[in-house]
Ligand binder design. Sequence first.
Ligand code: NAP
Length: 338
Amino acid sequence: MTLNIGVIGTGAIGQDHIRRCSFALSGARVVAVNDINLDQAKKVVSDLGIGAEVYADAHELINAANVDAVLVTSWGPTHEEFVLSAIKAGKPVFCEKPLAVTAEGCKNIIDAEMAFGRRLVQVGFMRPYDQGYRALKAAIDGGRIGAPLMLHCAHRNPAVGESYTTNMAITDTLVHELDVLRWLIDDDYVSAQVIFPRTTSRSHAKLRDPQIVLLETAKGVRIDVEVFVNCQYGYDIQCEVVGETGIARLPEPSSVQLRSEAKLSNGILVDWKQRFIDAYDVELQAFINGAKSGNITGPSSWNGYAAAVAADACVAAQESGAIVPIRMPERPAFYNPA
Ligand code: NAP
């Protein structure tokens, strides 16, 4: 059976996922599309030549008889409403991060999903599907560096627009680290602090950039994450885990090494879409397979909630300058890994 997918939001990642489901992955096709900008939705359908129906109303798309599963790739503040609507319709739903813009919103989704009685939601945290992060986790879990003690991480983008604010460094950017680092070291955060170094002259009035986020975990691991979204030179994700007997580092993406003009050099990616292109493929194929078999196992609503709880604390820490406690409620058995 082919999974018929409806996509809400045809911006950057929406288009990328539509292309992926239509041409790169197996077992699915996009039959319905919606965007608040109807002309854009029509253009995407026509440019890709996929013949999907364009809906003016997202809820109508969710409830359409021929839509088996939903992809939510619209603007973050709309996610909660559309995910709740998909759960109400009993349809599997893949939601790009953030699951909801507040922890409370994520909790509403958890309550609805648990009341439904079966997992329907997968959150678009793709890094656990990245080969590099998987190899890093295998080294840690295999005891190659002993118990992790410290993590040094960086999340750097070449530049961001004027609408990107100081808080978004947490809610839009750091949120990927907040998810993947819990998974990587199998731990939970207990506190957060944010430090602001000298601000780059390449930033703008609404953004203090860079920032250093300091996290402490329940096992006592200390994590520093540099978030620098106007670094100019490229899209650069770093993660170094210092353990009791060694250090494990996230591999660099492969690139041709050049010996030329008296230099030895490797290119650096500039586009997030390229950096995690394989991981996006694997995560969406996992969702398609899970939706078809009735067994969704990718990042859950609980992962979305845990990241949101930590993000709320980091935003409070940005504002107060203090060390802010992170209080994660106990995970319900419903979300325990199979
Ligand atoms: P984008 O280019 O701005 O696209 C969002 C689209 O959703 C726009 O076309 C927007 O229309 C539309 N939209 C807004 N409100 C809507 C509504 N009520 N109903 C239907 N459509 C609506 O943003 P993006 O970069 O694709 O990001 C979309 C989401 O994916 C964000 O939550 C972002 O954080 C996430 N994302 C995740 C990753 C990842 O690595 N996992 C990467 C990129 C983005 P207008 O432009 O007219 O407002």
